[in-house]
Design a protein around this ligand. Structure first.
Ligand SMILES: C[S@@+](CC[C@H](N)C(=O)[O-])C[C@H]1O[C@@H](n2cnc3c(N)ncnc32)[C@H](O)[C@@H]1O
Length: 432
């Protein structure tokens, strides 16, 4: 299979079979490690870009096709979408190559009778790309939805919650190319030494202007092959996730419980902050997640972190009243990380956010019992949906008056640094 065929296969897995984009891409990149770096980069860009811009791409296709996109076969629709993406957003690929390769792909996939249709639509779009009618800015919700490929229900909700200007800024931010943010394990390596090591291996490194323990990486091929990663000199973590650990303010000797910990970014960071003292117990639901946590613990050389399979909805009597910090970084709608997981915006629905909200309440109700008097419960989500965030916090404070709210922060993409994230720190009163 060439890189275009692979890209189509990955897109089909995501769009037709419901696989998550980051998982499907990670698997194919791990499987095809022998492909040239240039081809792997092409595959990644076509898959991520097509997903990111899908609503806009469909709008363009519908301007030129007699058959509307919702009536097309998934293979043909994805060949067209990825073709239009290359025409509009990948200058390095000539128009003729985009059209010819799309036609070949349609034939190879058993759609020879539709090859002429694919060719006609793509060539027409290439010829008229400057004349495509977009919704007028006066119809602001429609405009934002098409320009930034955000489903209308989400635009509608965000315009109500944050206003049209902020919604547009967030839409722009999600479409920007995101470098990989990493947190340096400063107990194990100094920043300059790590930068030198990464650059020797051809990785492009940028420093942050505020945080001395943060680097931004790009131009690497496969993270698993980067020696600094293998040796646990850094871990992948976004600035907003780091902020959760900073706001929790772990002190040496603390007993910490992370109730929904995989893949382990915050648990690992928290254990590092304890400098070999105290203990971080990292829990999650499945064997696969537990393996991820254990692998992270070992790579980062942490003796003060343990891993346990446990359903956070079930009360663990032995842990009641035992913890200085309980971290509840809970399953959520993920709407703050659409820049990294672009397919999520098409999969999430209002009903799903409602049931996530109920799950968050259920877990909070149980895990707050593990906090010692005077200890902290840290609640966080990677979403920007008020119902899962501020409204859950209000509900929690009303229901459990033994907790007081110490800090609360809603980080918005494009407004604050890093992913969209919500953080709340509750302190349990010493006298219940
Ligand atoms: C937002 S992620 C956690 C990210 C993690 N804190 C980090 O920093 O890497 C939420 C996690 O909750 C886990 N989860 C979902 N339901 C759970 C439950 N009932 N009990 C324990 N973990 C659960 C998921 O498997 C997922 O790994």
């Amino acid at each position: 299979m060439n890189e275009r065929e692979l890209a189509l296969e990955v897109l089909l897995q995501i769009v037709k079979e419901g696989e998550f984009s980051h998982i499907a891409l990670r698997q194919v990149l791990a499987q095809y490690q022998y492909l040239e770096k240039r081809k792997r980069a092409f595959l990644t860009k076509v898959v991520e870009g097509t997903l990111e811009r899908m609503i806009e791409l469909d709008h363009v296709i519908n301007c030129f096709s007699k058959t509307s996109t919702d009536r097309m076969k998934p293979e043909i629709l994805l060949i067209l979408r990825s073709g239009v993406y290359q025409l509009f957003y990948m200058d390095s690929v000539p128009d003729s190559a985009v059209c010819n390769e799309a036609v070949k792909l349609a034939k190879r996939k058993g759609f020879a009778p539709l090859a002429g249709f694919v060719n006609g639509v793509l060539r027409n779009i290439a010829r008229h790309r400057k004349e495509i009618p977009y919704p007028d800015k006066k119809e602001i919700k429609k405009y934002i939805s098409v320009r930034y490929s955000l489903p209308e229900w989400l635009v509608d909700q965000w315009v109500k919650e944050y206003g049209a200007e902020v919604t547009e800024q967030m839409g722009q931010e999600f479409l920007k190319e995101q470098p990989l943010t990493v947190h340096i394990h400063t107990d194990r390596i100094d920043r300059q030494a790590l930068i030198a090591l990464l650059e020797q291996e051809g990785v492009c490194v940028r420093q942050d202007d505020t945080y001395a323990d943060v680097l931004y990486l790009s131009e690497y091929d496969y993270l698993g092959k980067v020696s600094g990663f293998q040796k646990g000199y850094f871990q992948v973590q976004d600035i907003s996730s780091m902020e959760v650990v900073r706001l929790a303010e772990p002190k040496e000797g603390d007993q910490v419980l992370d109730v929904c910990a995989a893949p382990g970014g915050k648990a690992v960071h928290m254990a590092q902050q304890l400098h070999g003292t105290g203990q971080v117990e990292a829990r999650d639901l499945t064997d696969y997640k537990i393996e991820q946590l254990e692998e992270n613990r070992i790579r980062n050389g942490l003796s003060n972190m343990t891993v346990k399979k446990w359903d956070a909805r079930i009360l663990d009597e032995a842990a009641v009243g035992q913890k200085d910090i309980v971290l509840a970084d809970l399953p959520c709608s993920g709407l703050g990380v659409l820049g990294r997981k672009p397919d999520l915006k098409y999969k999430m629905t209002r009903d799903m956010t409602k049931s996530l909200c109920a799950l968050q309440k259920e877990i909070l109700e149980v895990v707050r019992q593990y906090v010692k008097p005077g200890g902290k419960l840290v609640y966080s989500t990677c979403t920007i949906n008020r119902e899962e965030n501020e409204e859950n916090t209000r509900w929690f404070l009303e229901r459990f008056p033994e907790f007081e709210l110490r800090k609360q922060e809603q980080r918005l993409p494009g407004i604050h640094k890093g992913d969209g994230f919500y953080l709340a720190v509750f302190r349990k009163c010493t006298e219940a």
